[in-house]
Design a protein around this ligand. Structure first.
Ligand SMILES: [Mg+2]
Length: 166
């Protein structure tokens, strides 16, 4: 058996060392491990941060990368100390109002301003999820499960009535 370095290039820049009888066997082995999700990846392995994510168990998602980036931003500045759940809840509300302010005197707000304020709201929502140890996708899906039950299509289609008035 010899040692081979095999490059994985699908969205990645990662080299894996394996022992095999031939280079072809080494490539096949790495391919199999990769497809079976046995190769552990982290964000630094990705060439492009704007990758499309097809399998959340196999790839680190764009959302994971973004959350890591936000976390690093805060750690580098020693700002975690300010991010209690209550402070983050306040920040979400403040940013939501800044978003609303974009429309204060004009229904056609400047899209660039809206993008920035919307990003601020979502950024703080993600930070609060992290502080509380919650998976944002998970809690949103669970809430969607509830909302779908509260608003069955046959009763709620085309109406803005609240669920208790349907
Ligand atoms: Mg803002």
């Amino acid at each position: 058996m010899k040692k081979f370095d095999v490059e994985i290039t699908e969205y990645l820049q990662k080299t894996v060392s394996v022992e095999a009888d031939s280079e072809a066997d080494a490539v096949a082995k790495v391919e199999e491990d990769y497809n079976k999700e046995k190769i552990v990846l982290d964000s630094s392995d990705f060439i492009d941060k704007d990758i499309e994510i097809y399998n959340p168990d196999k790839f680190i998602s764009k959302l994971d990368l973004l959350m890591q980036r936000i976390d690093k931003f805060n750690k580098d500045r020693d700002w975690d100390q300010f991010h209690s759940p209550v402070n983050l809840a306040k920040s979400i509300s403040i940013e939501a109002n800044e978003l609303l302010e974009c429309y204060q005197w004009n229904d056609n707000a400047n899209l660039e301003d809206v993008k920035e304020e919307l990003a601020d709201v979502m950024n703080y929502c993600l930070q609060m999820s992290m502080v509380l140890g919650l998976d944002p996708i998970d809690i949103m899906n669970k809430k969607m499960d509830k909302t779908e039950k509260k608003y069955p299509i046959d009763k709620s289609k085309g109406t803005s009535k609240k669920y208790n008035k349907l």
